[in-house]
Ligand binder design. Structure first.
Ligand code: ADP
Length: 449
């Protein structure tokens, strides 16, 4: 490497990727540096995703850093993005060039899963990614109502079905398939449903895609489990409504994805409230609380409220998603936030892998919270047990503890530990208590005293 190339690299070492926590030189983002005799420098910043929310910020920072070198007379910064391929996807040729698959899931129908999936897909496309939507909701395919492509007839090239397209997003739904005389989806049984979804998904030629959004069938039963096993899902986003009951559903959803080692990267609480335009009052139509509980129990930082907006529903019936129709609508802004989160989390997953801290028990030492970089924190089991925040140990309404420190034996120890979602661990204790969930953040805070 020439001295000048090294100087160019060194000048950018202070530019940190906020999500990955490292500088862009160490991360190997800087590629193809060329320097002319006259001092003109050109290079490419290879981002983890084309939809990187801070790409323009990187460009400006790089431009400024390199321009500050005394011999530099001009700087050209190109942006590109790597698209990593999942080897599993080679089994399904139509998915071979898909960078990441994101499942949008809910435990029940009617919570707005499809509305979120479709608007999320278009928001991600607006951020610069190439995006597809696969509507796997065979019982109630809503994609054909929510998005109306001009060309509506499916056709094949070399035995592969070509997805339809609307505003640059590729679309596939059972609802686009002519029903013929085989009877509707309503009479299909589970295994048939999975088979059909699988066939449609894998025989669709998705082409080069950064993100494929899967609108999952509602529920956490066999259909969903089988589907999630067939499709190499990168990450899951769960949609729910605020009722207490939905909290239980979210937990079921997280557990289902956990079984398959798919991280749940966020929860969207849809229909959180309605701001009445007549009197300016906010109505929490479906109650509240589930979101707070998710944050406290699972350590989910990524929870979003999406209020009730009549326009979101109207657009859903009109064939053009609201985020395309009106980018300034508050729902579009919220969906952009969700899209940025998904882009960011997927990029972190690809870079950092699915590493989460490990929690283990070493009799003698206590509970050990260990990180991939070798960092370890020791915790006294009884302290952890005393800090359980489950509904039995803490009054959910007042936040007051129900469990007194003296209720816990100093010798208590964990009998079983199981990761819950991406950010927390569930512990079953020797005293029989089996509803403790600790976000890793909270364990870290406890370790720090
Ligand atoms: P699911 O996919 O969970 O069955 P849908 O996305 O089809 O749910 O939504 C159910 C109904 O609720 C649709 O009519 C949709 O337009 C409407 N809807 C969903 N979310 C909202 C919202 N935030 N505000 C207003 N209407 C919504």
């Amino acid at each position: 490497m020439t001295d000048r190339t090294q100087q160019v690299l060194d000048s950018m070492k202070h530019i940190i990727d906020p999500d990955l926590g490292k500088d862009i030189v160490t991360l190997n983002f800087i590629k193809d540096i060329t320097i002319t005799d006259a001092g003109k420098v050109a290079f490419t910043v290879e981002l983890t995703t084309p939809a990187c929310p801070v790409k323009e910020q990187f460009r400006t920072q790089c431009q400024q850093a390199v321009s500050a070198l005394p011999w530099v007379t001009g700087v050209e910064v190109n942006l590109s993005a790597q698209t990593r391929r999942n080897p599993l996807q080679a089994k399904a040729p139509g998915l071979a060039k898909v960078g990441a698959i994101i499942a949008v899931s809910s435990c029940k129908g009617g919570v707005g899963k499809s509305t979120v999936a479709v608007n999320l897909a278009y928001s991600m496309a607006a951020l610069g990614g190439s995006v597809g939507i696969f509507d796997a909701d065979v019982y109630g395919p809503s994609l054909p109502t929510m998005v109306s492509p001009k060309q509506k007839e499916l056709f094949q090239i070399e035995n592969m079905i070509q997805p339809l397209q609307h505003e640059g997003v590729r679309l596939m739904s059972f609802g686009f398939v002519p029903s013929g005389n085989q009877g509707g989806a309503a009479i299909m049984r589970g295994p048939m449903v999975t088979q059909i979804i699988n066939q449609l998904l894998t025989s669709t030629q998705w082409g080069e895609l950064d993100y494929l959004i899967i609108d999952m069938p509602p529920g956490t039963g066999d259909i969903q489990l089988t589907l999630a096993q067939i499709i190499p899902i990168t990450a899951a986003l769960i949609v729910t409504t605020p009722q207490q009951l939905s909290f239980v559903d979210v937990v079921k959803g997280i557990q289902m994805f956990d079984k398959l080692n798919v991280p749940t990267i966020g929860v969207v609480e849809n229909m959180s409230y309605f701001d009445c335009p007549d009197n300016g009052k906010r109505y929490r139509v479906f109650g509240e609380g589930a979101r707070r509980q998710l944050v406290e129990q699972f350590g989910f930082k990524n929870t979003f409220e999406l209020p009730i907006y009549p326009e979101l529903s109207q657009s859903g019936d009109s064939g053009t998603p609201l985020v395309v129709r009106d980018q300034t609508h508050p729902a579009s802004t919220s969906l952009k936030d969700i899209a940025e989160l998904v882009v960011r989390e997927v990029s972190i997953l690809k870079h950092a892998g699915k590493s989460r801290p490990k929690v283990s028990y070493r009799p003698g030492d206590g509970l050990v919270l260990s990180f991939e970089n070798g960092e370890e924190h020791l915790l006294h089991p009884a302290t952890v047990r005393r800090n359980c925040r489950c509904a039995l140990c803490v009054d959910e309404m007042t936040g007051e503890p129900r469990l007194r420190p003296e209720d816990v034996d100093d010798k208590v120890f964990p009998k079983a530990m199981q990761p819950m979602g991406n950010y927390a661990v569930a512990i079953t204790w020797s005293d029989g208590h089996d509803s403790s969930i600790y976000p890793y953040d909270r364990l870290l805070a406890l370790a720090a005293g």
